[in-house]
Design a protein around this ligand. Structure first.
Ligand code: PSU
Ligand code: MN
Length: 306
């Protein structure tokens, strides 16, 4: 079970040996994206939904220098209560592993690990992107570069609405990353199903998404695809309600001098406080919805291998 670079859980190893579908899941959402105990509840529910849809969940994290692909429940429980885990992206993953430390993987680092472990589909909440005010701060998430170079299909509810969504879409286009809205013509806005931004691409079934993933590989194109899956209507917070909350959270981040890696966790926490928990319920609902779609895509890939 131990490979040179990573360790698979028993369930992920079995799925790998049997050639059954596996879904990668990230851990930053657990350690930096949601408070305890809701983070643990979310992580368990996501794993359950992946299983219900015919795939095996592989939560990815670095624990004491070991890159895990799939966790046993006691590891998940411990991780959800871990304070001070690093937030790992492409830049810091190797240092964390080499120094025997613990770090949670962002979208970028999870894609790297998934690709190493032969996993093609990954479900999360929202990807990082171009932050508002990036013209001054230069704060652009490494998630975008990763999508451009690592062949994993990422299912998310769009870029997080705290970001500059049009600039994020422009950068993705420049990098050659397909942004595919699932079943609608506009890019979803994380907590809200709709936005005013037209989606560059649209597909309406898991089968077509799996086919597009394979077609990219066949064409020899580097990189993955971003599937923008709208939050279910009954769980969404309308854009009009979220706008003032996001504005206020962004102002507070400036007032408190929040920069770099702390920006996204700070904004998510502030939005949670300002919505009195409503944003968290929506965030959990959209992650579950993404996990179900991701599992269906992975099943299609297994059914019809390229
Ligand atoms: N999706 C969520 N909550 C999160 C994240 C995604 O619903 O906390 C995390 C992901 O790990 C993503 C990161 O990669 O936020 C983006 O951070 P940054 O903007 O610092 O690149
Ligand atoms: Mn950043």
């Amino acid at each position: 079970m131990t490979h040179a670079l990573f360790t698979r859980s028993a369930a992920v190893q079995a799925a790998f040996d049997n050639g059954t579908p596996i879904i990668a899941l990230e851990s930053t959402i657990i350690t930096h994206g949601m408070p305890y105990p809701q983070n643990l509840e979310m992580a368990r529910k996501v794993e359950a939904i992946v299983r219900e849809n015919g795939a095996t969940p592989a939560t990815i994290v670095v624990l004491d220098g070991v890159l895990w692909v799939g966790l046993e429940d006691p590891q998940l429980e411990k991780l959800a209560q871990t304070k001070g885990a690093a937030k790992l992206s492409r830049a810091d993953m190797a240092v964390c592993m080499a120094s025997g430390k613990t770090g949670a993987t962002t979208v970028a680092a999870t894609m790297i690990a998934a690709n190493l472990a032969g996993i093609s589909v990954f479900a999360t909440g929202g990807i990082g992107g171009v932050h508002r005010g990036a013209e001054d701060s230069f704060d652009i998430s490494a998630d975008l570069q990763e999508l451009a170079q690592t062949a994993v299909t990422v299912v998310a509810a769009g870029p997080k609405a705290i970001l500059d969504v049009p600039k994020t879409l422009e950068v993705l286009e420049t990098l050659g990353v397909p942004v595919i809205a699932y079943g609608q013509d506009v890019v979803p806005a994380f907590w809200s199903a709709q936005s005013k931004h037209k989606a560059p691409l649209r597909l309406d079934s898991a089968t077509e998404i799996a086919r597009a993933h394979q077609m990219r590989g066949a064409l020899g194109l580097l990189g993955g695809q971003l599937i923008a899956n709208p939050i279910p209507k009954d769980a969404e917070i309308p854009n009009a309600d979220m706008m003032p909350v996001i504005e206020r959270a962004l102002q507070d981040a400036i007032t408190h001098g929040i920069t770099a890696k702390s920006v996204t966790p700070y904004l998510l926490q502030r939005v949670y406080e300002l919505t009195e928990g409503r944003s968290l319920s929506a965030n959990i609902a959209l992650v579950l919805n993404n996990a179900a779609l991701a599992a269906k895509i992975a099943c299609e890939l297994t059914k019809n291998p390229a």
